[in-house]
Design a protein around this ligand. Structure first.
Ligand SMILES: N[C@H](CCC[C@H](N)C(=O)O)C(=O)O
Length: 238
């Protein structure tokens, strides 16, 4: 019997499966995702020292920043540890619980710029690919952006600078195929570009589901924010 529960990380919603005692096959993971994610954005498989992540469409993604923060929160809850180190398909992750739940993110990689009819921006990988577009977050037409979502097989982030060090961000997530409450790797992609442009080393992002903080220290990007458990424990039938 596998046990799980639902969590939200700044509005990014997840099924968390406690797989510390029993590793599941890819087929078993896909089955649990399609059966139990039930409208959340994805599923986090908490394995011993490893996080596996699936989007709600049943496909694996290499990384999930808010998912990594939820992994850290889960281990903190169950094993009473404030420092949590684990690996993922995008490399090792260091996590910490203090007033925020924070993780060191995979190093951002710049892939280039894009220029289409009405939109232009940059392509950044933070474990997973993101398009970053500076624009009016009050007037986002996701339907008009769908061709870009598929052309680059990437998540799409639109951001506005509210004031120095304070951004508004909205994200359309691959594998959810819709706008989510927040996206940690997307937030990190946006801030990495903004920081290279302005030198700003700590940024608060207002996502739909709450605030995320991205800061840079010793060349690494750290993502911080809240995490909440929002259901009782469930018994998951394979
Ligand atoms: N919400 C996640 C991103 C999930 C990535 C997934 N949507 C994909 O790239 O396939 C985050 O907080 O980083």
């Amino acid at each position: 019997m596998m046990r799980g529960a639902y969590y939200t990380a700044t509005g990014n919603t997840f099924l968390v499966v406690d797989s510390r005692e029993r590793k599941l096959s890819d087929m078993e993971k896909r089955l649990l995702v399609l059966k139990y994610v039930d409208g959340r954005d994805g599923a986090i498989f908490v394995e011993r020292d490893f996080m596996d992540y699936y989007n709600c469409d049943g496909n694996r993604a290499a990384f999930c920043g808010n998912g990594a923060r939820t992994y850290v929160y889960f281990i903190h809850e169950k094993e009473k540890r404030n420092l949590v180190e684990f690996s993922s398909h995008a490399g090792n992750v260091l996590g910490k619980v203090d007033d925020l739940v924070s993780v060191r993110m995979p190093s951002p990689r710049f892939l280039g710029t894009f220029e289409e009819e009405d939109y232009s921006g940059e392509i950044v990988v933070v474990g997973v690919p993101h398009l970053v577009i500076e624009g009016d977050t009050d007037k986002v037409d996701w339907n008009a952006l769908l061709p870009l979502r598929h052309l680059y097989d990437a998540n799409i982030n639109v951001f506005t600078v509210k004031k120095e060090g304070s951004l508004r961000i909205r994200t359309f997530e691959r594998g959810v195929e819709g706008e989510t409450g927040a996206c940690g790797s997307g937030a990190t992609s946006v801030v990495w570009l903004y920081s290279r442009r302005t030198g700003c080393e700590k940024v608060i992002l207002q996502a739909n589901g709450g605030d995320l903080t991205v800061s840079f220290r010793d060349g690494s990007a750290y993502l911080g924010g809240g995490v909440e458990k929002c259901s009782e424990e469930l018994e998951l039938q394979l």
